[in-house]
Design a protein around this ligand. Structure first.
Ligand SMILES: [Zn+2]
Length: 624
């Protein structure tokens, strides 16, 4: 039975470009796991989008003196270009500024309210008399009254991680300049304390398979400090309106609505898929919203597995806040939210008592540094994703970002190591292995796999193939547990085993005296490489696809990415999509069944060796 796998990746804020730390932190690990599950024949839905609301975005727009909409769209387009370049195969990468996301977030809010998890309270917030508005969180900075950090936000300190009360901030100052005064304002709060026992229970059930760093950050924090109510609305004019009369001018706070994106993007995806499906059958795309409940297979299905990829700064939101929202909204969400009321006689498409699926794993990564220092966009101490793609192949970048992934502790991008690992591992161990065996075979067996009788394979041949075959289980287990460094390391070890087999059996020499024996060796090595290609493919999709075509296969390993313009009442937004279609993503995760005599295509090199001079050139770019 195929499993339903949701790959949910942290939503990037539309106020900065994406660098290698972001890629290795969430987008790349999510893509590797998604590709693996697709190859296994599981039903994968991989979603994320641009976080276009919130004060980081409005501040960026203010700084540029441009409309927020224009600024968020520019970053969004850049993200989509980057994900295509790196092969990050989102089924849907959308934005939070869509009609659908508004509706879903408002339904979550109403469900939480109906279930008694929201209350209102007056509090003091910083107000700017000159611009006649409240200045939320990032608009006001001051000294943290807990740790003394001088650039704390008014609602949270990024140094000690504590939630702050705005009125206690020391030396508050407005980012806009001008005077500040405290004024009373009313807001909604999510009563997390009521949900604390459920969140604890949820975390305890997952403690065994969640990373120690993640559980430590979450469960032990709740046990020592408890979950306290948090305000979930703000006085802002950009974002999602509070869906209640008398609350005009207030918006849902970004932390409560951005996480809802994992759910809303799945719903948007199922509506789009339906339209695409009817078009492909030669019918006209439906004009009215289609009643497609495909998202329920992931979101109202306790057996579906949800993986949340992000950096360590977001752990608490995904292990505690978001599960609390999901549990608090409960089945009322399905009753309140209906993607197309006109076509829905039964208000709860999920059925009675359905629950929103909770996270299965939150494989959050630590941080990646750069040449021994923290990555910093403002100092240009960064390797920017789109810029790196102009000089390096995506698989070379993906390889280094995986072997160096900060899974258990912070890691460091080092240009000397990047060059060394590219040349010694990717090129020497794997690329040369595939290329020299294929080229040797193509030349000496007239463009075909040697037409051997497989019953005559020798013990050493069978032994190698058994070792490789076993890799599907061992590498697969590591991928399922999201231990990606180890999974890639195991695969590289298998490539080394094939190199050792070739050193012993040396078909390049044997062919001169015993072509039949050389044919057995070449067939065995090709079959091993054909299997390794599949094991490497979640990590190195571009070169694996290329290698796959050298073998003469006509059905590709993977589907394709494409961009779609999506219209709704808020305007038009661009979605990055992934087409599985009839081809690609077949259940390829199994040992090669390479046929003797199969016709090959002319092979070529898979990777490029890098010059040592790259190291100094790249280091010279930093901090400029
Ligand atoms: Zn602090």
């Amino acid at each position: 039975m195929p499993e339903n796998i949701l790959i949910a990746i942290a939503w990037p804020y539309a106020n900065a470009e994406i660098h290698v730390g972001n890629i290795t932190g969430s987008h790349l690990p999510g893509d590797i796991v998604a590709r693996y599950h697709r190859l296994k024949g599981n039903k994968v839905l991989m979603v994320s989008g641009t976080d276009s609301h919130g004060t980081p975005v409005t501040l960026a727009a203010d700084k540029e003196g441009k409309p927020v909409e224009e600024v968020y769209k520019r970053y969004h387009d850049g993200f989509i270009e980057l994900f295509q370049g790196f092969g990050i195969t989102y089924d849907l990468f959308t934005t939070t500024h869509t009609e659908n996301h508004f509706k879903v977030s408002q339904a979550m809010f109403l469900a939480l309210k109906q279930n008694g998890y929201l209350f209102t309270q007056f509090s003091k917030q910083w107000y700017s008399p000159s611009s006649k508005r409240f200045l939320p969180d990032r608009y006001v900075e001051g000294t943290c009254y807990i740790c003394g950090f001088e650039s704390a936000r008014s609602d949270q300190c990024d140094n000690c991680g504590n939630v702050l009360e705005p009125e206690k901030l020391i030396n508050p100052r407005s980012k806009e300049g001008g005077a500040l005064e405290l004024r009373e304002t009313e807001h909604f709060y999510l009563d997390l304390s009521k949900l604390e026992p459920d969140v604890k229970q949820f975390l305890r059930e997952r403690a065994k398979h969640m990373r120690d760093t993640v559980i430590g950050e979450s469960l032990r924090k709740i046990e020592s400090e408890g979950l306290k109510p948090r305000s979930i609305t703000r006085d802002l004019d950009w974002g999602i309106p509070v869906p209640l009369e008398g609350w005009e001018g207030k918006r849902l706070y970004v932390w409560i609505e951005a996480v809802v994106g994992y759910l809303s993007a799945a719903i948007e995806w199922s509506q789009l898929s339906d339209a695409a499906l009817s078009e492909s059958k030669g019918e006209k795309a439906r004009v009215e919203p289609s009643r497609n409940d495909a998202w329920l297979e992931w979101w109202a299905n306790p057996a579906s597995k949800h993986f949340y990829f992000q950096g360590k700064d977001n752990i608490f939101f995904h292990t505690s806040m978001w599960p609390a929202e999901l549990m608090g909204a409960g089945e009322q969400f399905f009753e309140i939210f209906s993607p197309s009321p006109a076509l829905t006689p039964n208000p709860s498409p999920a059925g009675r008592g359905a629950k929103l699926t909770l996270p299965y794993d939150v494989p959050a990564n630590q941080f990646m540094n750069l040449e021994g220092q923290k990555i910093s966009g403002s100092r240009n101490w960064a390797v920017w994703g789109l810029d790196a793609l102009t000089r390096y192949d995506p698989d070379a970048l993906r390889y280094y970002l995986t072997v160096n992934m900060p899974e258990a502790k912070d890691s460091d991008w080092d240009w000397a190591e990047f060059v060394a690992r590219n040349n010694n591992e990717l090129v020497a161990t794997w690329g040369n292995l595939a290329n020299r065996v294929l080229a040797f075979c193509y030349k000496n067996w007239d463009g075909h796999v040697p037409d051997v009788d497989v019953s005559t394979l020798r013990p050493a041949d069978r032994n190698l193939l058994a070792v490789i075959e076993n890799g599907f289980a061992t590498v697969g287990a590591e991928l399922e547990a999201v231990r990606l460094r180890s999974a890639l390391g195991e695969t590289m070890k298998l490539a080394t085993a094939v190199n050792q087999y070739l050193d012993v059996n040396a078909p390049w020499t044997a062919i001169k005296t015993d072509k039949a024996s050389a044919a057995l060796t070449v067939y065995t090595a090709l079959k091993a490489i054909d299997s390794l290609k599949v094991m490497f493919s979640p990590f190195l999709p571009f070169t694996s696809e290329k290698l796959h075509s050298f073998f003469g296969y006509e059905t590709p390993l993977f589907g394709e990415q494409y961009v779609e313009e999506i219209k709704d009442s808020l305007g038009t937004h661009t979605g990055l999509r992934y087409r599985v279609g009839q081809v690609g993503d077949l259940p390829y995760w199994k040992p090669s069944e390479l046929k003797p005599g199969q016709k090959l295509n002319l092979p070529g090199p898979l990777f490029k060796k890098l010059e040592e001079s790259v190291i100094d050139e790249e280091r010279a770019r930093l901090g400029k």
